[in-house]
Design a protein around this ligand. Structure first.
Ligand SMILES: Cc1cc2nc3c(=O)[nH]c(=O)nc-3n(C[C@H](O)[C@H](O)[C@H](O)COP(=O)(O)O)c2cc1C
Length: 192
């Protein structure tokens, strides 16, 4: 049986040992920054990586001043409780019971979570219920509070770490240091 050991750290936050569990990083990446960060997470934690892929291939979300990405985000904003607001993605089968810690990696689009990742979380909220979750966001410069709000809205019963990791696009090459520091701060203990 999987064991989750929670111990007090500095009396302020909690250190979590995933000694018998496994880590999953589920991510979406349009232009490759989050994908590079996911590789870093894999190197640090041995996490399994799963990439979300839009069902419709070859779309350029950044064309015409990001207009397609903007349209997708607007649809979700207008009707967040309607499954039809979320762009379809390739089906993904994951045995969530194998994982104690799930890291969500996403770009920021118009201050929100990128639409394909929103689709994945909308479709899998029940599976992620009660799971320890971490959030890693890449943006050019915008702050990530809107993305954190999306994560809470989409997985209301997820156990999201209070501290997410924000990596600006220009910092992508520093991901190994930033990811390693974040994992230490949130009390991640390497799998023994
Ligand atoms: C449709 C779209 C909208 C974006 N909106 C923003 C934004 O509002 N603020 C920002 O700082 N970056 C924005 N970006 C930039 C991405 O967040 C940034 O380039 C990120 O590193 C992309 O990650 P990726 O390479 O994994 O796709 C946007 C990018 C796209 C494609």
């Amino acid at each position: 049986m999987k064991k989750l050991l929670i111990t007090a750290l500095l009396g302020l936050s909690t250190a979590v040992s995933y000694a018998e569990g496994k880590t999953l990083m589920i991510f979406y990446s349009f232009s490759g920054n989050i994908e590079k960060i996911a590789e870093t997470v894999k190197a640090e934690t041995g996490a399994d990586l799963v990439k979300v892929e839009p069902l419709q291939e070859g779309l350029n979300y950044a064309a015409n001043n990001y207009s397609l990405g903007s349209d997708l985000i607007d649809r979700i904003r207008r009707n967040p409780n309607d499954s039809k607001s979320y762009p379809p993605i390739e089906p993904i089968k994951i045995d969530f019971s194998s994982y104690d810690f799930v890291i969500i990696g996403t770009p920021l689009w118009w201050s929100q979570m990128a639409a394909p990742m929103q689709t994945f979380l909308y479709n899998n909220a029940n599976e992620l219920e009660g799971k320890k979750l971490g959030l890693i966001v890449s943006s050019a410069s915008s702050g990530i509070s809107g993305v954190e709000r999306d994560a809470h809205r989409l997985i209301p019963k997820g156990d999201l770490l209070p501290r997410s990791l924000w990596i600006r696009s220009s910092q992508t090459s520093s991901a190994p240091r930033l990811v390693s520091n974040w994992l230490k701060e949130v009390g991640y203990t390497e799998k023994k």
